[in-house]
Design a protein around this ligand. Structure first.
Ligand SMILES: O=C(O)[C@H]1O[C@H](OP(=O)(O)OP(=O)(O)OC[C@H]2O[C@@H](n3ccc(=O)[nH]c3=O)[C@H](O)[C@@H]2O)[C@H](O)[C@@H](O)[C@H]1O
Length: 420
């Protein structure tokens, strides 16, 4: 028997590895192609909640078809609305309401990790089932906005994408500049450049009243004493809106939301994490003001806010500019959207205790100096007169709906985890 030379072994061994690698690669390409429908690319981004649409190639033919389909109103008189922050709390509710009444809606959201992104994904799943397509992307991405505006002649932009939260601004100040200032300017730049320009309705905040002590807060009151960077960026947004209205003829309406709560809400807000902590038997901190005065908020239920947003969209006049040039004065408005009845935080907790049937472990403590204001109270007479805003849900009724949703949502989520 003649031994095979070592060299032979050497040449044969790499050959079989190559072959193996080659066929593995081919199989991988086939699998990817089969499941994704297009080759993987660095520009392939998540575009909606469902796993299929998330893999659509941004700007590709399927993506374009989805954007166009989603933005086409089912009602011939319907609006074509781009909703920024569509996977957010208010954004998801507004998107569904618009779609259900026959408007065309396309959402955009960056699905950031400020709070549990799985909640945002669940909201996005809901939107997908309603026929609303969400583009995954940031409002700072000019080329993405350009391609969306090129594809669709949006009549309106409902701008709800923002870095929210008053206290978090001390931890991550730059995120507020990124979203609430740079992102807003980028969006306005895109809006002013297209023809026809859309009308814009956007989320300002009750926090712009800052240290204002005159109650109830009226749109005529001073807003030059913000108590947090969040508030300062929202106030800056109102000034930026003035500039774009003045120079480019963009029709812009700012809505000052007052502590919005309800089902599918934000886990960073007190009513939400109080619920979670009460159920877990953890201590909750209840802030109080100087001389042990109660801290109070004009808590506003999400359905009332949605009606306010729709009222603002429906009464928005057209922008007057085209191709970046103004041809006449355009509408510029600001409205309070509150509930007109402030409730102390202690009362909020006692309602939750009753609904959850659990006694809360409370720690009353002085409000830290981290951007909070002692109270808010909206005067809504202007919004009532001009956009037909009329809140109808008191805190007890609204929290009942929230708690029902919370228990249902998180029992389903833990069921999903258990079954994994
Ligand atoms: O209307 C707005 O413009 C803002 O509303 C919301 O801010 P806030 O009104 O501050 O709501 P939220 O944090 O739920 O605190 C509620 C109350 O609980 C008190 N609070 C809070 C935390 C705590 O541990 N203990 C406590 O007593 C606290 O002192 C406060 O009195 C949005 O988050 C914000 O994004 C913005 O939209």
């Amino acid at each position: 028997m003649v031994d095979k030379p070592m060299s032979n072994h050497r040449t044969r061994f790499p050959f079989s590895i190559n072959k193996l690698l080659f066929w593995s690669l081919i199989s991988l390409v086939v699998i990817v192609f089969f499941f994704v429908g297009s080759p993987p690319s660095t520009t392939a981004t998540t575009t909606s909640s469902s796993s299929h649409s998330r893999r659509l190639l941004r700007g590709g033919p399927q993506w374009q078809t989805s954007v166009i389909r989603s933005s086409t109103p089912s009602n011939p008189k319907g609006l074509r609305v781009l909703v920024t922050g569509a996977a957010g709390f208010v954004g998801s509710h507004v998107s569904v309401a618009l779609k259900r009444r026959g408007d065309g809606v396309v959402g955009i959201d960056n699905f950031n990790r400020y709070y549990d992104p799985s909640l945002k994904r669940s909201r996005a799943d809901l939107l997908t089932r309603e026929g609303v397509f969400i583009v995954e992307g940031d409002i700072n991405d000019s080329s993405l906005l350009k391609s969306l505006f090129k594809l669709v002649k949006f009549t309106h932009v409902m701008h709800l994408a923002a870095q929210a939260g008053v206290r978090y601004a001390m931890k991550n100040p730059s995120s507020y500049i990124h979203s609430n200032i740079a992102g807003f300017v980028n969006l306005l730049e895109a809006c002013k450049s297209v023809n026809p320009q859309p009308a814009i309705v956007w989320a300002s905040s009750s926090s712009v009243y800052g240290l204002n002590s005159k109650v109830p807060f009226s749109e005529k009151d001073r807003t030059d004493q913000p108590a947090s960077l969040y508030a300062a960026t929202k106030k800056a947004g109102e000034e930026i809106a003035h500039t774009y209205n003045h120079i480019y003829g963009l029709s812009i309406t700012g809505l000052r939301f007052f502590t919005v709560y309800g089902p599918w809400g934000r886990p960073d807000m007190a009513y939400f994490f109080f619920t979670k902590d009460i159920l877990k038997g953890k201590h909750i901190q209840i802030f109080e003001g100087a001389e042990h005065r109660s801290v109070a908020r004009d808590f506003t239920y999400i359905d009332d806010i949605v009606k306010g947003c729709l009222g603002a969209l429906d009464t928005a006049e057209k922008s007057t500019g085209s191709g970046g040039k103004k041809s006449g004065p355009a509408q510029l408005r600001v409205y309070n959207l509150g509930n007109t009845s402030p409730v102390p935080v202690g009362k909020l907790v006692s309602i939750l205790e009753k609904l959850l049937k659990v006694h809360a472990k409370k720690k009353v403590m002085a409000m830290p100096r981290n951007g909070d204001v002692p109270f808010t109270h909206a005067d809504i007479s202007l919004a009532k007169k001009e956009i037909g805003y009329k809140p109808t849900t008191d805190l007890e009724k609204g929290l009942k709906k929230f708690v029902t949703w919370y228990l249902d949502y998180y029992s389903t989520q833990s069921g999903k985890k258990d079954s994994k």
